[in-house]
Design a protein around this ligand. Structure first.
Ligand SMILES: NC(=O)c1ccc[n+]([C@@H]2O[C@H](COP(=O)([O-])OP(=O)(O)OC[C@H]3O[C@@H](n4cnc5c(N)ncnc54)[C@H](OP(=O)(O)O)[C@@H]3O)[C@@H](O)[C@H]2O)c1
Length: 280
C-alpha cells in the first residue's frame, strides 16, 4: 500500500514511518513538506502522492501552552485535521487519526470504552475531540486511535525527563493520583500498521496493557535503569499546571478485542525494551 504519514518528524511519526517502510511505500511528511494548516498544500500533496491510507500523527501537542494559544491549537488540531480528511476522502483513501485519552474528563472509576461519552477538560483535549468529530463526519473510511502517555526514542517524554532529572537531583516528587497506561511508540506503530491494512473502521483505544500512576511509572523507570534515587509520591495539587489532567484515563481495549487484533503487551515489558533501545 502507499501510505502518507503526517508529523513524520514527531515522536510517534518517526517510529511509525520506520516500521511501515518494511512492508509499504511510505511518504513521511514533516511540517516543511506538508503544513496541515494549509488547505491548498494538503490537497496538492495528497493528490500528488495519491495514497491508499493517510495516517495523521501531526498535532499541536503542547498541552499547557494550548490554554493560552487556543487559536493556534484549534488551527492545527481541528482545521488541519479537516483539511487532511477532506483531501483523503476525495481520493477514497482510508484515514487514520491519532487521538488521546484527554478527550475524557478522568472522573471515571472503570476503564473508558471507545464509545463512552467524551468530556474533554483542557483546550488540547477539546481540539483533539473536535478533530475526531470532523474525521467522523468527513471520512467514510476512518480509524480513530486514542492513545496515552507515549514514550519513544525520538522527542521528549516522561521516561527521558525522569532520567535527566535523576542526573541533577537526589530526590524527586512524582504525582501518584493520576492513573493511566504508558505506551511505547514501537508497539503503537506495530498496531497501527496492522490496523490500516484492514477495513475494520471505527474508534480504537490503543495503549500498552496494564495501568499505573506517574509515581509507579517513575519507580519502574529507575528500577529498569538501575538508578537508585529517593522518589516521593505526591498529589496533583503539589504541581499546579495550566491545563487540567484527567485523574483516571485508563482506556478499555474493547475494539481491539472485538475485531480480533492482538492486544498490546504490558507497559512494563515495553519499558524494558525501550530502556534497551535507549542504551543503544
Ligand atoms: N505524546 C503523548 O503522550 C500523546 C498522548 C496521546 C495522544 N498523542 C497524540 O499522538 C500524536 C503524536 O504525538 P507525538 O508525541 O508524536 O507528538 P510530537 O512529537 O509533538 O509530534 C507532533 C508533530 O506534529 C508536527 N506539527 C505540528 N504542527 C504542524 C503543522 N501545522 N503541520 C504539520 N506538522 C505539524 C510537529 O512538527 P514540528 O516538529 O515541526 O513542531 C511534530 O513533529 C498526536 O496526534 C498527539 O495528539 C500523544
Amino acid at each position: 500500500m502507499r501510505i502518507l504519514v503526517t508529523g513524520a518528524n514527531g515522536q510517534l511519526g518517526k517510529d511509525l514511518v520506520k516500521i511501515l517502510e518494511d512492508t509499504h511505500e511510505v511518504y513521511g511528511c514533516d511540517r516543511h513538506a506538508l503544513d496541515i494548516t494549509s488547505t491548498v498544500q494538503c490537497k496538492n500533496v495528497i493528490n500528488k502522492v495519491n495514497p491508499d491510507v493517510v495516517i495523521h500523527t501531526a498535532a499541536y501537542t503542547a498541552v499547557d501552552l494550548a490554554e493560552t494559544e487556543e487559536d493556534e491549537a484549534y488551527k492545527v488540531n481541528v482545521f488541519g485535521t479537516r483539511n487532511l480528511t477532506a483531501a483523503a476522502e476525495e481520493l477514497g483513501a482510508k484515514f487514520c487519526y491519532i487521538s488521546t485519552d484527554y478527550v475524557f474528563d478522568g472522573n471515571a472509576s472503570k476503564p473508558y470504552k471507545e464509545y463512552d461519552d467524551t468530556n474533554p477538560q483542557s483546550i488540547y483535549g477539546k481540539t483533539k475531540r473536535a478533530g475526531e468529530q470532523l474525521v467522523q463526519s468527513l471520512s467514510s473510511k476512518y480509524f480513530i486511535v486514542r492513545t496515552s502517555w507515549v514514550f519513544g526514542i525520538h522527542g521528549t517524554n516522561f521516561v527521558k525527563m525522569m532520567l535527566n532529572l535523576s542526573k541533577e537531583r537526589d530526590t524527586l516528587k512524582v504525582v501518584n493520583d493520576q492513573i493511566g497506561s504508558p505506551t511505547y511508540t514501537v508497539d503503537l506503530s506495530r498496531f497501527i500498521a496492522q490496523l490500516v491494512e484492514t477495513e475494520s473502521y471505527g474508534i480504537y483505544h490503543a495503549t500498552n496493557s496494564g495501568t499505573c500512576s506517574w509515581y509507579d511509572f517513575a519507580c519502574a523507570i529507575f528500577e529498569e535503569s538501575g538508578i537508585s534515587i529517593d522518589i516521593q509520591p505526591c498529589l496533583t495539587e503539589d504541581f499546579p499546571r495550566p491545563a487540567p489532567r484527567p485523574k483516571y484515563s485508563v482506556m478499555d481495549h474493547l475494539s481491539i478485542r472485538a475485531n480480533g487484533f492482538e492486544d498490546l503487551r504490558n507497559w512494563r515489558e515495553a519499558l524494558r525494551d525501550f530502556m534497551r533501545e535507549l542504551k543503544g
